[in-house]
Design a protein around this ligand. Structure first.
Ligand code: MN
Ligand code: MN
Length: 361
């Protein structure tokens, strides 16, 4: 059964016979066709008992036809897309039409209102649920994305120097990866030195790499449509004992959570497994974000690994484990691996060592 058939089957159970997919990532997930239409329109129309129809800018139509095995309709910039959609859709009178509430903007929503007669219901939760459990094929792609992240962080390590700035090192990482055929990072690469790492949303800039301090790398590589995400914090020179103690506390929390993960425990309990280690040591207030997030084709998906989320962890779920301790003006540490839940545990996509690594500036 294809993912589209499975989606339609689930929709029919809710008496929904029509759906409009507007998020390019969801379209890729369902069809294998990857494209970013930017401000133009791309919709995948799904109808019970009918073939799907992919509507998109004419310039992308030929490529789409080579990927999908159902009708593809392109529109020219000079054409009114809504008139064309009305003309080509075999059915527009549904009682209920599912659309992605979390993606659709108001302009698209108003356009779709002129096409369909039925009530709009939310497609987003169903898509999120389908994407929650990854197949073996998806996990294999994420292992490759993780392997690239390990390579990327190693390039970062090789470029540590007191002469360089945070953005110098980022430039070097991304330059080397691009030469090796990687076109996209999962998100903006972060290299943060010293006190800048003590800010969980610090922004890399022209700060020179500090000596006798910690240096944080948070990065991910997108490949084959899947993302990776990892953080390593390393020592430059000889940081003082306090910084090393905070590092080791963060590591203990990260490993405790990873060891705790298995099918049947809840997301909330996984968060607590890391958080209690940091709280016990008296630094709970400095770990001020959730433990982790799901990832897959998007770098942030479900499940959310946080207090209050009673979702049961299941085999095939993929998420990050990333405790951090940020003491403003003093020290910042985060250690992050993403991984997948196995029958009885958790395997990480990234393998870079986690004992505190030392580098000469
Ligand atoms: Mn993350
Ligand atoms: Mn990260």
């Amino acid at each position: 059964m294809t993912k589209i058939d499975l989606l339609l089957e689930n929709l029919l159970k809710q008496d929904v016979a029509g759906a409009v997919v507007s998020d390019p990532v969801t379209i890729n997930y369902l069809t294998g066709f990857a494209s970013d239409p930017h401000e133009r329109y791309m919709f995948l129309f799904l109808m019970a008992d009918k073939q799907p129809l992919l509507f998109l800018p004419a310039l992308d139509a030929a490529r789409a036809k080579s990927v999908v095995n159902f009708p593809v309709v392109g529109y020219q910039d000079s054409e009114n897309p809504w008139d064309k959609i009305k003309a080509v859709l075999p059915q527009t009178d549904f009682t209920k039409v599912a659309v992605e509430f979390d993606n659709l903007n108001v302009t698209k929503f108003k356009g779709l209102e002129t096409v369909f007669t039925g009530a709009f219901v939310n497609l987003t939760p169903l898509i999120q649920n389908m994407r929650l459990i990854k197949s073996e094929d998806e996990i294999n792609k994420m292992l490759i994305a993780g392997d690239w992240a390990d390579k990327a962080v190693q390039i970062g390590f090789d470029n540590i120097s007191l002469d360089k700035t945070e953005t110098d090192i980022i430039a070097q990482i991304e330059f080397e990866l691009k030469k090796q055929g990687i076109s996209k990072m999962s998100f903006e690469t972060m290299v943060l030195t010293g006190n800048n790492a003590a800010n969980p949303h610090g922004i890399p800039g022209t700060n020179k790499i500090e000596n006798n301090a910690l240096l944080l790398f948070d990065l991910g590589v997108e490949t084959l449509g899947y993302t990776s995400d990892m953080t390593r914090t390393v020592a430059v020179g000889q940081p003082d004992q306090f910084k090393k103690d905070i590092y080791n506390l963060c590591l203990e929390a990260q490993l405790s959570a990873q060891e705790f993960i298995k099918p049947g425990v809840t997301a909330s309990e996984v968060d607590a497994a890391a958080r209690r280690v940091i709280e016990k040591a008296g630094y709970g207030e400095y770990f001020n974000h959730r433990l982790g997030h799901g990832l897959g084709m998007d770098v942030h998906e479900f499940p959310s690994i946080m207090e209050g989320n009673d979702m049961e962890i299941q085999e095939g779920m993929c998420f990050s484990v990333e405790p951090g301790i940020y003491i403003p003006g003093k020290v910042g540490v985060r250690i992050e691996d993403c991984g997948y839940v196995t029958k009885n545990g958790f395997e990480t996509f990234t393998k870079t060592p986690k004992e505190l690594l030392y580098f000469e500036g």
